[in-house]
Design a protein around this ligand. Structure first.
Ligand code: ZN
Length: 571
């Protein structure tokens, strides 16, 4: 902020919930003129504008959702310098109207949010972002900022190039999220595993569940609903109205779980999401970090929970291979997927692995993730891998993993007998290892690219060049033992998050809800859970003490102080 206040350009890389918006909001307000913020999603803009207005800031959003009349009024207000911050969509920014208006505007700062959208190497490429490099010419002398919560090193370089920010000072903060608890485990019965996780750890709390396909979104939401969870489906195939309602309900009601494709989330700024669950693989470590990063923005303990299986790896690989993308792009995507699989299979601390990926060296193990809480046992799986691969070879690379496991376990199923696989030398050679462990071995072999899968042929497991190295004894295979630990409750590390007086906390929540409904805003816009917890702890008795509460500024103290003080006095 100091750097930008002094007129300098900046590239800002901060993790989700790291205060990214404040970095441009404060210079916008302090410097003379209006702060221009480019943001890709209307929902995000409206949320930020709503929150700023609550704090008494003159903020507005300029996007295609405005009526002609409102757009005209906003233009007038901008020219007259009555606005402190204006959020603009990239499309709107390069409209004729805007170009006409631009020379008459006095800007304090130009901020480009979600700057990774300009990069082909990033995971949210948006062609309209490429034009944003022109902003420097359009507004010479105005400090410019590019901000993102997710960018590996090649993506960072591309942002600086494409936005003409080579001279900008670079600010990077650690991606460590001390309140986020990462867990990655094997997928057996995904919907049941999810239900158990929600019931055991997040009953009645808000969360997001990511699934790859629309059909899975619908099925998973139906299943949860039937089990009494307030689940809502969200995907691009629903009408805009239904999607808007889902989003509103997620923001305004408490305890809603949205089951969604990745179409959901980018524009959602809800601080009290208590968990993000992946029942399918994300596309890359960046996508994983961005998606799980939507949990716990308020700093309270939250979970990033994921399960994945053998089939998922095959599906993810083939989706990339069969896509329309150019070969170059496919190579990048496959490399990113492999890095993600490396994170899934690692025996190292999850957070440490993520930080290393983002170029942060020297991070210590987090002490919270599944691998820290219960370090996985690694073992020399070379012989087991040879058994598995030989089963693949001897059956002519024509069968799926579960049939191969039946052969290894010596189970004379109908199919095994039909193909006389009970006569193979590999029949029953793997009895010393349980079935779930064999499935985990096949999954690990797939993620190491030591087997391939032919999806077009019902998931036939096939050999790869690496398989032959293992079979010929030229390569060893280290595997990790699968524990069902993804189901185990990991102790929440941050203590003091439970309200000292649960009854008072509930009555403050009810008051917050009432005030939010009156104004048609989400409850957390009035006060965050953290503020309410702080009120319970401090028990302020007058407005001065009230203004000491976390997240309470002058405007909010005046607007809400009296009502909350009354509720606190009433106990
Ligand atoms: Zn850890």
């Amino acid at each position: 902020m100091e750097h930008v206040l002094g007129g300098g350009d900046a590239f800002v890389l901060l993790p989700t919930g790291g205060g990214k918006s404040l970095c441009y909001q404060i210079p916008s307000i302090v410097r003379e003129g209006v702060g221009l913020v480019v943001s890709p999603l209307i929902a995000l803009m409206d949320d930020q504008v709503g929150a700023l207005r609550q704090h008494g800031v003159r903020a507005s959003a300029w996007h295609s959702g405005l009526s002609a009349k409102d757009a005209y009024r906003l233009e007038r207000e901008l020219e007259e310098g009555k606005i402190e911050i204006v959020y603009v969509s990239p499309e709107r920014l390069f409209s004729d109207r805007f170009r006409e208006l631009a020379p008459r505007l006095k800007l304090s700062v130009v901020a480009i949010d979600e700057a990774h959208c300009v990069s082909h190497w990033g995971h949210d490429f948006r062609p309209e972002y490429l034009q944003l490099g022109e902003l420097g010419k359009l507004f010479p002398g105005v400090p410019r900022m590019a901000l993102t919560a997710t960018a590996d090193i090649p993506t960072r370089e591309e942002i600086l190039d494409k936005l003409g920010l080579r001279q900008a000072k670079v600010f990077v903060r650690s991606f460590a999220r001390p309140n986020l608890n990462l867990r990655i485990g094997s997928k057996n019965e995904p919907r049941k595993q999810l239900l158990e996780f929600i019931r055991r750890e997040h009953n009645g709390e808000s969360g997001i569940v990511y699934r790859q396909s629309r059909a899975e979104v619908e099925k998973t939401a139906e299943f949860l609903k039937a089990q009494g969870v307030r689940a809502i489906p969200y995907h691009a195939g629903l009408t805009p109205n239904v999607r808007r309602e889902a989003q509103q309900s997620f923001l305004r009601d408490e305890g809603v779980v949205v089951v969604a494709t990745i179409a959901f989330g980018m524009g959602i700024d809800k601080p009290d999401v208590r968990f993000v669950a992946h029942l399918d693989l994300p596309r890359s470590i960046e996508a994983y970090v961005q998606e799980t990063g939507r949990a716990g923005r308020d700093g309270l303990p939250s979970d990033g929970w994921m399960v994945y299986g053998f089939q998922d790896i095959a599906v993810a690989r083939s989706m990339i291979q069969n896509s329309e993308a150019p070969e170059e792009r496919k190579r990048v995507e496959l490399a990113k997927l492999n890095q993600l699989l490396g994170l899934c299979e690692t025996a190292q601390c999850r957070e440490q692995s993520v930080l290393t990926y983002f170029g942060e060296s020297g991070a210590k193990p987090c002490g919270r993730c599944d691998n820290c809480a219960e370090p996985p046992v690694t073992w020399d799986g070379t012989q087991a891998a040879q058994k598995a691969l030989s089963a693949v070879a001897r059956t002519g690379e024509r069968f799926g993993a579960s049939h191969l496991v039946d052969i290894l376990l010596g189970e004379a199923t109908e199919k095994v007998v039909k193909f006389t696989h009970d006569k193979l030398p590999t029949f029953g050679v793997g009895k010393d290892i349980p079935k779930t462990e064999w499935m985990a071995i096949f999954r690990q072999l797939a993620s190491l690219d030591l087997v391939g899968v032919n999806l077009a042929e019902h998931g036939q497991v096939v050999l790869t060049p690496g398989s032959w190295e293992v079979l010929r004894g030229k390569r060893t295979v280290a595997l990790r033992r699968m524990e069902p630990k993804v189901r185990r409750k990991v102790a929440k590390v941050l203590t003091g998050d439970q309200p000292a007086d649960p009854g008072l906390f509930q009555s403050l929540r009810a008051l917050r809800r009432e005030l939010a409904l009156e104004q048609g805003v989400p409850p957390f816009v009035v006060f965050s859970d953290k503020s309410l917890l702080d009120m319970v702890r401090i028990r302020p008795s007058d407005e001065l003490e009230f203004s000491q509460v976390h997240g309470v500024g002058g405007t909010k103290a005046r607007r809400y102080g009296e009502k909350f003080l009354e509720a606190i006095r009433a106990g």
